[in-house]
Design a protein around this ligand. Structure first.
Ligand SMILES: *[C@@H]1O[C@H](CO)[C@@H](O)[C@H](O)[C@H]1NC(C)=O
Ligand SMILES: *[C@@H]1O[C@H](CO)[C@@H](O)[C@H](O)[C@H]1NC(C)=O
Length: 437
């Protein structure tokens, strides 16, 4: 029923007015499609790997200690002035975000110390308008993974662990504060919630696709650990509404009205505005062994490959016609080879990551937007705000293939982050002003 409702209400009006002529020149093909990436790989030894692993841990410690010294208990460090500020709430966000990393690098003493600090100090009953999406992926997710690491890190755990424990309680406490956002006619959540008072009056009904479809990993985990199905149901209801709102060619728009299901922005790319929706379909399907989530992803992926993919790049296109509207690679696209490799499509993933790595080498980073035909950064979107997507993709793909080319990508990223973005107290966003080649 909702399906027809949803489709009837969709209009042709699109908030994104800019249209770019798509020019696919022979020069462009020659420049970018040469499959020569194996030639440049030098031998990376076990000793090299140990050294790089240590450097990564040192980098983490530098950022972590800078945060603790200059910014805690505020949300984030300002790495140029070496002070802190609250950004997404008043959560000591960076501490919650980095807790699981302490466990990953094996610093269990510090893990236990700050887990206790968080448990002693956390109070989410605050009059703050918080992003439902960001609070879920950072706070709920950070607390859940810390909870799952807590036994390994030597914390005293209840006999009922992992189905009980103080970090799990805290994650649940926060997730319950997000639930009222899902109380809409479509089940798709509002973008913002007041942690004490619920949805703020006058809150916009328009949110991005990722803001609707990025809950199943955390909410599914919560439901399965706590035994309360409400979280998983809310996430699944939002996902199935979104699915019903897809276009006839199985593509999605960028922004949707959560009360009516009407699309507000009709352009789709795999990156910003959509990205983690597709990512969570794949990760959710693996975590919960769900053929339903996987088939949603696969149907959409077929269309993405048919309409938006050009020589292993992914463009932006119109969700109804499939026509290309903006020939750009965006930094946020970089998670894609990671999910390709999770699905076993390692050959496709290698070709895609090769393209993205070429952009990294051209500038020393990936800019927010990169115009593919022009092979240049997109004006006003030149920054690299220390995004992790390309790093994560290289990691997954390396685990799947052990191809040393991926280690080289990792080393390239490590060196530019360390050499260009490091400050006295942390790491800063860079603005790409010139090319390195
Ligand atoms: C653990 O983290 C603390 C705080 O950053 C640091 O002082 C300590 O050296 C770390 N321990 C190890 C083993 O890395
Ligand atoms: C939250 O948003 C509502 C509606 O815009 C506003 O009235 C209220 O003052 C905001 N609260 C805070 C703490 O900013």
């Amino acid at each position: 029923m909702f399906n027809t409702f949803c489709r009837r209400r969709m209009t042709e009006s699109c908030s994104q007015k800019r249209r770019y002529v798509y020019y696919f020149s022979a020069v462009f093909i020659l420049l970018f499609i040469t499959p020569g990436y194996r030639c440049h790989v030098r031998k990376i030894t076990e000793a090299d790997l140990r050294m790089y692993r240590k450097r990564v841990v040192d980098m983490f410690n530098h950022a972590y200690e800078g945060y603790m010294k200059y910014a805690y208990p505020l949300d984030e460090l300002r790495p140029l002035t070496c002070d802190g500020h609250d950004t997404w709430g008043k959560f000591s966000l960076t501490l919650i975000d980095s807790l699981d990393m302490l466990a990953v690098i094996g610093n269990y003493t510090e893990f236990r110390r700050v887990a206790k600090l968080i448990l002693d100090k956390a109070n989410f009953d605050i009059d703050i308008n918080a992003s439902v999406f960001e609070t879920n992926i950072r706070v709920v997710a950070g607390l859940l993974s810390a909870h799952l690491f807590s036994k390994k890190a030597g914390m005293d755990t209840d006999p009922g662990w992992p189905c009980s424990g103080p970090l799990l309680d805290l994650a649940e406490n926060m997730a319950r504060r997000l639930l009222p956002a899902f109380d809409t006619p479509t089940g798709m959540p509002y973008g913002t919630i007041n942690l004490r008072h619920g949805v703020p009056s006058g809150e916009t009904t328009v949110t991005c696709t990722a803001g609707v479809g990025t809950f199943i990993v955390e909410f599914g985990t919560l439901s399965r650990l706590t035994g309360d199905p409400i979280f998983e149901k809310a996430a699944m209801r939002a996902l199935s509404t979104l699915w019903k709102c897809r276009s006839d060619i199985n593509l999605f728009g960028n922004h949707v009205d959560v009360r009516t299901g009407k699309w507000i922005a009709l352009d789709m790319g795999i990156g910003g505005g959509v990205d983690s929706y597709l990512e969570y379909l794949v990760k959710g399907s693996i975590m919960f062994n769900s053929p339903e989530l996987l088939s949603m992803f696969n149907e959409c992926k077929e269309s993405v490959e048919k309409y938006l993919k050009r020589d292993d790049w992914y463009m932006w296109g119109n969700m109804k016609k499939g026509s290309i509207t903006l020939p750009v690679f965006t930094s946020l696209d970089s998670y894609w080879p990671g999910i390709q490799s999770l699905l076993g499509e390692t050959e496709k993933a290698m070709k895609t990551i090769h393209n993205f790595h070429q952009v990294w080498k051209q500038f020393g980073f990936v800019p927010e937007f990169y115009n593919i035909p022009k092979a240049d950064v997109h004006t006003n979107r030149e920054g690299y705000p220390l995004r992790p997507e390309l790093i994560e993709s290289s990691m997954y793909l390396y685990q799947a293939t052990k191809d040393p080319y991926l280690l080289q990508i990792g080393i390239d990223m490590l060196e530019s982050i360390e050499q260009v973005t490091k400050t006295r107290c942390g790491y800063a966003t860079v603005i790409i002003l010139y090319q390195f080649i």
